[in-house]
Structure formats: C-alpha cells, structure tokens
Design a protein around this ligand. Structure first.
Ligand code: NAD
Ligand code: GLY
Length: 368
C-alpha cells in the first residue's frame, strides 16, 4: 500500500512542481517520471552505496545510470566534469532530464550539473536520506564545493519533481537518520514565523509526542513529518526564493553549526550534530539578550536533548577562531554578525549587529 501526499509548489515564476511523499514510491518511479516530467531520456546520478541497495528500481526505459563514489569529498569540480562528460556522451539534451537519486550530496551536485548543462535542463530529485527529504531536495539550492569553501559554486535551480519515498529511510544508518532529525527539530523552532502556516505550536507538540514512533519508523508519522517540513520550507521559499531575507530563517542553528563543521574540517561531526550545538547556542544567546524566558529556554533545550541526537563533546575551540570563522560565514552583512534568534512562541527573527561580548558569554557556557 502506498500513500502519496502531493504538495504543489506553484508560486514561483514559471515554476510549479509536486513533491510526492509516501511509502514504496520507488516501485513506480517510471510512472511518476512519465506523468510529471515526460522527458525523452533520463540521466540518473547516484552513488555506489545507494545503487547497491536500490539498483532494481532504476531499470527505467530510456535511461542511463551514472554511479559515483560515495562521500561529501566527491561533491567537487572533478565529479561535476565527470557527470557533464557522461551526460554529453549519452546525448542528453534539452528534452531530457537529470535525476538525482540519493542524499543531499547527490542532489546538490546533480542539480548543479542540470542547472548549467546546456544552460539548464530538466531535473528530478529522488531524495533517499531524511535530511534530503526534509530540506535539501526542496527549494532549489544546488551546489558543489571548491578548495576554498563548501557550496562555493552554486545556483538556485528548481526541480521538476521531487519523489520522497520514506521506505528508503529503513536502510539509512542511525547517525544519518539523526542528522536529518536535527533539521526536522529546526522547523519546530521557526514554524510560527512562516506566515502561511498555522499560528500554533503544532509541530513542536507533534514531535514531542511522536519521538518513539519516529525512531520506530512509523510510516504515517514519518510521512506527516516529511510533509510538514516540506510545507514549511515551501512557504518560506515561495516568498524568498533567492534568500534576500526571510529564507535565512531556515538557517536557524547554522551559524555556530557551520563553525563547528569548519573547525573540525567536516570530519568529526555530521551537519545535524553540529546544528544541535548551533541551536543550543542560538537559544542561549536569545535568552541572554532577553528575547525568551528561562522556561522557554529550558523547555526548548530539553526538547532537543530528549531526541538524543548527539553524545559527542565539543572540542576545545579558541573563541578567536570561532569568531573568525563566523565572520567568514554568509550570515555576515557589512561586517556585522547576523544571527537567527528565538522569540517566544516558536518564532525566530534575524538579528543583526550581535555584540561580541554576548557571543563570548554563550561560548563560555559550553565549557563550564
Ligand atoms: P549524504 O548525501 O552524504 O548521505 C549520507 C550517507 O547516506 C551517504 O553515505 C549515502 O551514500 C548514504 N545513503 C543515502 N541514502 C541512503 C539510504 N536510503 N540507505 C542507506 N544509505 C544511504 O548526506 P545528506 O545528509 O543526505 O546530505 C548532506 C549534503 O546535503 C551536504 O553536502 C550539504 O551541503 C547538502 N545540503 C544541501 C541543502 C540544500 O538546500 N541544497 C540543505 C542541506 C544540506
Ligand atoms: N537549507 C537551507 C535553504 O535551503 O535555504
């Protein structure tokens, strides 16, 4: 049995795409591609790990599969060139479509290739990790890394279709599942800043109530979770596709999170683990600046820690290095640090001009 939740993103100029969310959707990839994309040929990009498990679903008429090595370190220019070269060998042109079958790494690099190949060809996202289902496959950010930085070469390029099959989460390891959960929790803290959504705490309460069901991969609860995240993200992105303002709230917890990833060379912490610390940092800073009450702070910190997403200690960073790295982050405007901070009632706001002493005070609490 499969259930499909169809979310239509239809507010972009000339862009309108459905996000299909359900169980066992991989069994019908060919049908969905025909219905929603109808390309002449499909150029499917995946990696070795995923191909080994899901090969049987990729036997699609008029398609070619390119299998890459697995890992963030392959999200680079060399792999970009390889994908483009293989696509041209297979005579992919404007009537054809790229298909990303994998997690955020595959989605980002395949999307970036699709956005530049022949000045842009069709593109489909089939996300297979929780992180990619709730975040990276929706909203059109595509990128590759360079020696000088993560996601330094990128684009905003919307797919034609997203197929999120929650059955793929059964084969994901717990660490990768938890990294996606960190992004899920993020949405609970920003939900009421997204004006098209209900003004209540429903997602926070939902996540509080359904923790064990989420960890037991209860299918209805997972579908509801992915759907809510996608709806929230859609409602942000249709208002601010190119991140001129509002879209930055999707980076709640990411300012300090990115610093942790950067200072540990993307090796020690997953993205989700880093943003757990980042959300803690933002909540404590919000409290110190008088934006939230002690009760709200404690309630929020328990909500995060009850999900048990990380048991790894923060390395002993030097504050000056943290500050320098924060200043390299995209959230610096006119040399002033910008933070996404909490307000009561599961809202956030973009606060500019944060005082360095306030950052230091929060930083020090991590080492008490
Ligand atoms: P990932 O793509 O590296 O996948 C994590 C691991 O899980 C990999 O080893 C992968 O092979 C494996 N895997 C994937 N699906 C599986 C499955 N169903 N079963 C078993 N194993 C599976 O990591 P990720 O967390 O999905 O994505 C991280 C990437 O996403 C980063 O490059 C980050 O920059 C990017 N990102 C992009 C956006 C965006 O908006 N574009 C947002 C957040 C993150
Ligand atoms: N992942 C943040 C964004 O898509 O804007």
């Amino acid at each position: 049995m499969s259930e499909i939740v169809n979310i239509n993103i239809n507010s972009f100029e000339n862009v309108n795409y459905p996000i299909l969310i359900g169980e066992n959707l991989l069994e019908n990839i060919e049908k969905y591609l025909k219905t929603y994309v109808n390309a002449d040929k499909y150029f499917i990009v995946t990696n070795k790990t995923i191909y080994k498990i899901y090969k049987k679903y990729l036997n699609i008429k008029n398609s070619k599969v390119l299998v890459l090595n697995d890992g963030e370190k392959y999200k680079n220019i060399k792999t970009y060139k390889k994908i483009i070269d293989e696509a041209s060998k297979y005579n992919i042109n404007r009537t054809d479509s790229f298909v990303a079958f994998g997690g955020g790494v595959i989605g980002d690099i395949t999307g970036f290739c699709a956005s530049t190949y022949m000045r842009g060809v069709k593109f489909v996202q089939i996300p297979t990790t929780l992180l990619s289902q709730v975040d990276s496959s929706v909203g059109g950010k595509v990128a590759i890394n360079t020696n000088l930085g993560k996601n330094l070469l990128g684009n905003f390029y919307q797919p034609k279709l997203v197929i999120s099959d929650i059955s793929t989460l059964k084969t994901l390891n717990m660490r990768n599942f938890k990294t996606g959960l960190a992004e899920v929790l993020k949405y609970a803290f920003i939900q009421n800043s997204i004006s098209l959504c209900d003004k209540n705490n429903s997602f926070f309460n939902f996540l509080n109530k359904n923790k064990s069901k989420i960890y037991n991969l209860d299918k209805q609860i997972l579908i509801e979770t992915v759907k809510t995240c996608c709806c929230l993200k859609r409602d942000v992105v249709i208002k601010d596709e190119k991140e001129a303002g509002l879209r930055a709230i999707l980076n709640f917890g990411h300012t300090f999170g990115h610093v942790i990833e950067n200072l540990t060379h993307y090796k020690k912490f997953t993205h989700g683990e880093a943003i757990v610390y980042g959300m803690n940092f933002a909540l404590n800073l919000s409290y110190n600046l008088g934006l939230i009450s002690k009760d709200y702070l404690n309630n929020s910190l328990s909500f995060i820690s009850d999900y048990n997403l990380i048991n790894k200690k923060l390395p002993k960073f030097k504050f000056n290095n943290v500050l320098k790295t924060m200043q390299l982050d995209k959230k610096v405007e006119n040399n002033k640090l910008r933070f996404i901070l909490n307000n009561e009632n599961y809202m956030v706001s973009i606060v500019k001009d944060i005082d360095i002493d306030d950052l230091k005070a929060v930083f020090d609490t991590f080492y008490k």
